[in-house]
Design a protein around this ligand. Sequence first.
Ligand code: URA
Length: 236
Amino acid sequence: MRIDKFISECGLASRKETALAAKRGLLLVDGVAERDVSRHIDPELQRVTFMGREVLYRKYTYVMLNKPEGYVSATDDKKLPYVTELLPPELRKMELFPVGRLDRDTVGLMILTNDGVTAHTLLSPKRHVSKTYKFECVEPLPQNAEDTFSAGITLADGYECKSAVLVCNPDRLGGYITLTEGKYHQIKRMVASFHNRVSYLERVTFADIPLDTSLARGEWRYLTDVEIGILLSKAK
Ligand code: URA
């Protein structure tokens, strides 16, 4: 693989930035400065240091996307815009897919990867991976709604939700809900059990990883090493 491609796929710098850093002697391959970023390396065998930091080779790619409204959580769709369309061609070639689903009108944090085993494990109901959603609803929630969420809401179809945490805004017209499961339309159906309706829904954390608020809707970035570490530890 070309060195500039390797550095950009690790999320450290664009290919142009890599070329500039290499000119300044800040790119080392096996301890020797490499100024030709078109050179091919084997990241599994060679040690690359970029701007003073050793670059960890990863078999899989993990990205964070700030999902906009109107996109389906899919890798293809005949009629509707889908989330992987928001990724650049080099990432689309890597066949990333979303870890879990968000409704078409839900916005916010979506993690995409090509690490099928980790994604599958994180979504297993046994893992209790937490997800926090910011929401708004059309009517104020009752004063005891926090206790009902904590005790476990029974949905209209009889499904008994696991204990969830509700933190209401002072006007009770919204707030934050944290779940450790992910049933179809779960937040909307939980709020509907109070004869109410969700008017805005945004996922703000997944597996304790917060949405990077510097990403505009539709923008993405690679997960950092720390974030990948958190994700992999939850899937262990
Ligand atoms: N709950 C919902 O109702 N919709 C989502 O997209 C996510 C959680």
